[in-house]
Design a protein around this ligand. Structure first.
Ligand code: PLP
Length: 483
């Protein structure tokens, strides 16, 4: 990657009188502003907007955009996030005028095409989940978790049961406990682990008649399949609890096994991960949920139903209410819809086979210098540890992640899950070639042998180098400071 030049803020390019567009003088008679707006609410001096030409603006934003890494420009092995290539075919299809030009306030009679696709999407997701009832409403995985937990709450309330606890393993994604807390449950974490999987003895010791839901990701965040999942589900059902499958890792098991078949009662999909909605920096997403038949009445509406060849929207009888406007995030749902329709059942199965093959190939290339503590084989991702490299050469996971940017690769997820010291969580996805995986492994190998002192300053070629991530998240500066 070549050295990048910093992009100047737009207002430093400002020059009095420069304009991108000229408006003709208004010929509509109007009263002076002072008559329309109270004087104390009028600005004393004009807003200091940058005065720039159209090329200034275009160059500014195009240059800024080239400073980002994306799946369209770089290999992006960000574990847990499934940054697979977003096919341009479904971008084109999702933008067909019949899709983008309809409005949710139109009469259902005019929306039959959109409703039929949403109906099919519900059905395809139900088939993939092995769970019969689907709500497309939630706009992200995290919102799917919360929605499903509210559904569980309503179900228990209806049965006259007051269950207070939601359990999850320590390797769970942070959204699991956050969703449980927001849904009003007490969070109970399982701290132990057995071969990178849930420890059944510990689980048994924490189950009781207060247990509402066990949230489990399968395959889990270590890229290990929870092979005791049927037994785990039976244990939950024996105490009257429900099993929630965090479906963020469906990329590994599409068409191979189904949450409903291995005991899950509810799950969410991350359409933006598994079914290639372009995503990053927190959006845009779609997090539909699928649940067992006895939970269907509590789902948020609208659900698309079909009578003969007519489609209509309905709200389940005991619905928890809406969680998002209209039909959900249809822009992302449509991309997922076209992805699934394009690949078909056999194609989706091949997606998972290749995702798992790619991850195991890359793991084999790395494991003698970046060992993977959990799992002889992995599913679609694996978590390597830089602990040995740190001890022997003083090179941490963070330094490896920063330096790999100079080689033209996006960094893996680092320091998650916490159960692996100096964690590098790597998910290559099925859309990468052997050549790319080889090049990535060679780059990592080189970094391990580099001068540790120089690595402290990496990346060397990018304009943004070591931003304070905590400050950026807690106190984001979202506007140019005014004088
Ligand atoms: C991404 C992810 C989530 C949250 O999904 P969002 O769509 O980002 O809200 C939950 N669990 C796991 C394991 C994930 O990887």
């Amino acid at each position: 990657m070549k050295n990048q030049l910093a992009v100047q803020p737009l207002n430093t390019l400002s020059h009095p009188g420069r304009r991108g567009t000229e408006f003709p003088a208004s010929d509509v008679p109007h009263r002076p502003l002072e008559d329309l707006i109270p004087a104390d609410q009028l600005r004393k001096k004009p807003l200091p907007l940058p005065e720039v030409t159209e090329p200034d603006v275009i160059r500014h934003y195009v240059n800024l955009s080239t400073q980002n890494m994306s799946v369209d420009t770089h290999f992006y092995p960000l574990g847990s996030c499934t940054m697979k290539y977003n096919p341009k075919r479904h971008e084109r299809l999702a933008r067909l005028p019949g899709i983008v030009d309809v409005h949710p306030y139109q009469d259902e009679h005019d929306l039959q095409g959109m409703l039929s696709m949403l109906f099919d999407m519900q059905g395809m997701l139900a088939d993939i989940a092995g769970l019969p009832a689907v709500s497309l409403q939630p706009a992200a995985g995290a919102q799917g978790e919360l929605t499903a937990l509210l559904v569980a709450s309503a179900y228990f309330r209806d049965r006259g049961e007051r269950r207070t606890k939601v359990l999850f393993p320590s390797s769970a994604h942070g959204t699991n406990p956050a969703s449980a807390a927001i849904a009003g449950f007490d969070c109970v974490q399982l701290d132990g682990m057995h071969d990178g999987r849930v420890d059944l003895d510990e689980l048994a010791s924490k189950l009781d008649d207060q247990t509402a839901v066990f949230m489990i990701t399968n395959p889990n965040t270590l890229g290990v399949f929870e092979s005791d999942i049927v037994q785990i589900s039976n244990m939950l059902h024996d105490v009257g609890g429900l099993v929630y499958i965090d479906g963020a890792n469906m990329n590994a098991i599409l068409g191979k096994t189904r949450p409903g078949d291995f005991g899950g009662d509810m799950m969410h999909f991350n359409v933006h991960k598994t079914f290639t909605g372009p995503h990053g920096a927190g959006g845009p997403g779609a997090g539909p949920i699928a649940v067992r038949d006895f939970l269907a009445d509590y789902l948020p509406g609208p659900i698309v139903s079909r009578t003969g060849d007519r489609f209509a929207t309905t709200t389940p009888t005991k619905s928890i209410g809406r969680v998002r406007s209209f039909f959900g995030n249809t822009g992302i749902l449509m991309r997922g819809y076209f992805y699934i329709r394009t690949l078909g059942a056999e194609g989706l199965k091949a997606v998972s086979e290749n995702a798992v093959l790619n991850a195991n190939y890359l793991k084999a290339l790395l494991q003698d210098f970046l060992p993977v503590p959990h799992g002889k084989y992995c599913m679609h991702e694996f978590v390597a540890s830089a602990a040995k490299v740190k001890k022997e050469r003083g090179i941490s996971a963070m330094e490896i992640a920063k330096r790999i940017l100079d080689y033209g690769f996006h960094a893996p997820t680092v320091y998650f899950p916490l159960v692996v010291p100096e964690a590098l969580m790597i998910e290559p996805t099925e859309t990468e070639s052997k050549a790319t995986l080889d090049a990535f492994a060679i780059a990592l190998r080189k970094i391990i042998d580099e001068d540790p002192a120089e690595l402290k300053e990496a990346p060397h070629t990018l304009t943004a180098r070591r931003p304070d991530e905590v400050q950026a998240a807690r106190k984001p500066v979202l506007k140019w400071p005014s004088e």
